[in-house]
Design a protein around this ligand. Structure first.
Ligand SMILES: Cc1cc2nc3c(=O)[nH]c(=O)nc-3n(C[C@H](O)[C@H](O)[C@H](O)COP(=O)(O)OP(=O)(O)OC[C@H]3O[C@@H](n4cnc5c(N)ncnc54)[C@H](O)[C@@H]3O)c2cc1C
Length: 359
């Protein structure tokens, strides 16, 4: 089978590697317009379920990824000079660059043809020359949009305005920092992803600049610098499609669906899609059957994540009008926002920080 993959993010690269492992005779070509060093963002949360998916599909890749995530099993809230931490399910994060670099290395070992720094040919050219075209070119997929109308694509901007920054400091765990300004509250989601590095994603209706944020969070940052990498204020776009395939073209990862970043699940969904598509291609007698089976297998989990993501996005957006008065109030609301965790699941440990700051 001759397969073209447009986009070498987590979805496209994982699919390419899994497809070659499952069928070494398959000819798999990936186009990725950016070099690894040019990728956007900082660290991404990779829940244990994502590592399990990779281990099932490719134990060698799982072994290569294993040493990288920084792991934690508590969540902290900082508000009005006080901190509250509580035990959480085990989570981990790693640098997006490391994730992509490791996936590219594995693709090279498995004989995937990777055109790096090259935009994919147009959708019509790909459809005419390949048995299967995998559109893994992200939320703004050009391959999908070139076939406008075929997928029933809808987009909605959800949640608060945000900017994805990094910090030159490794926080001890996932931490939510809530600060007040005269223009409204500012919320930072911070978590470690490498030695001396954290993701520092900030939400605020008035879009403060990096200098203002560094001052506002000077206490928790402890003098560490905030970092930018293609960072700009925007609002999250939730992408949905009423069908995920048309003819020999199939949508994968963010091209098919996005779920709000506050539930940290986009990369996991992309990896699960990749494995499900490869599984369907080998289990089903024809391409149309395989593409239908892939969508049927993945749609319920994706829609569940999108529902949870939307509820979470709405909760974070509502903080602008009614910020919680204490870490305890934040905690209760936070864990019940998506209806997935109950207070009984948490081991809460409250501590006054004695800090005089606003965070
Ligand atoms: C602020 C923010 C924070 C996030 N945090 C997390 C998190 O903590 N955990 C998590 O799991 N997920 C997180 N996500 C989501 C996660 O980044 C995505 O869901 C995931 O990267 C999807 O993978 P993908 O391969 O489908 O798409 P992408 O990662 O977007 O990859 C698509 C690739 O296609 C390439 N491309 C696009 N067009 C072309 C073209 N014409 N030719 C060639 N290449 C092309 C792009 O360069 C890109 O590399 C976050 C998202 C955002 C916006």
């Amino acid at each position: 089978m001759k397969i073209a993959v447009s986009g070498g993010g987590p979805a496209g690269l994982a699919f390419a590697a899994f497809a070659r492992l499952a069928d070494p005779a398959a000819e798999v070509t990936v186009w990725e317009r950016r070099r690894v060093a040019d990728t956007y963002g900082f660290g991404v949360i990779l829940p244990p379920a994502a590592s399990d998916t990779v281990r099932r599909a490719d134990p060698v890749l799982a072994g290569a990824l294993d040493p990288h995530p920084v792991r934690w099993d508590e969540i902290a809230v900082h508000r009005h000079g006080r901190s509250l931490s509580f035990g959480s399910p085990r989570l981990g994060a790693l640098s997006r660059r490391t994730l992509l670099g490791t996936l590219r290395q594995r693709c090279a070992e498995l004989g995937v043809r990777l055109h790096e720094g090259a935009a994919a040919p147009g959708a019509d050219a790909l459809r005419a020359s390949y048995d299967l075209v995998v559109a893994a070119d992200g939320a703004g997929s050009a391959t999908r949009d070139a076939l406008a109308g075929s997928f029933g694509t809808s987009t909605a901007r959800i949640g608060p305005d945000y900017v994805w920054l990094g910090a030159e400091r490794a926080f001890g765990s996932l931490a939510f920092l809530v600060a007040d300004t005269v223009e409204g509250p500012v919320v930072a989601h911070a978590y470690p992803y490498a030695p001396g590095r954290s993701t520092f994603l900030v939400e605020a209706a008035h879009r403060p600049d990096v200098g203002e944020l560094a001052e506002l969070f000077a206490g928790p940052l402890g003098g560490a610098r905030l970092l930018e990498n293609r960072s700009r204020w925007s609002r999250f776009v939730q992408v949905s499609n009423s069908v995920w395939s048309s003819g020999n073209t199939v949508l994968l990862g963010d091209a098919a669906h996005t779920a709000h970043y506050s539930i940290g699940s986009g990369t996991r969904l992309a990896l699960d899609d990749a494995l499900a598509l490869v599984t369907a291609l080998h289990a089903q007698p024809s391409l149309p059957d395989a593409l239908a089976a892939y969508e049927a297998a993945r749609r319920p989990a994706v829609e569940d994540a999108q529902r949870t993501g939307r509820a979470s996005a709405e909760w974070f957006a509502a903080l602008a009008d009614a910020p919680p008065s204490s870490p305890e109030e934040f905690l209760v609301d936070l864990v019940t926002r998506g209806g997935r965790i109950s207070m009984g699941d948490l081991a809460v440990d409250a501590a006054g920080t004695g800090g005089a700051g606003t965070v």
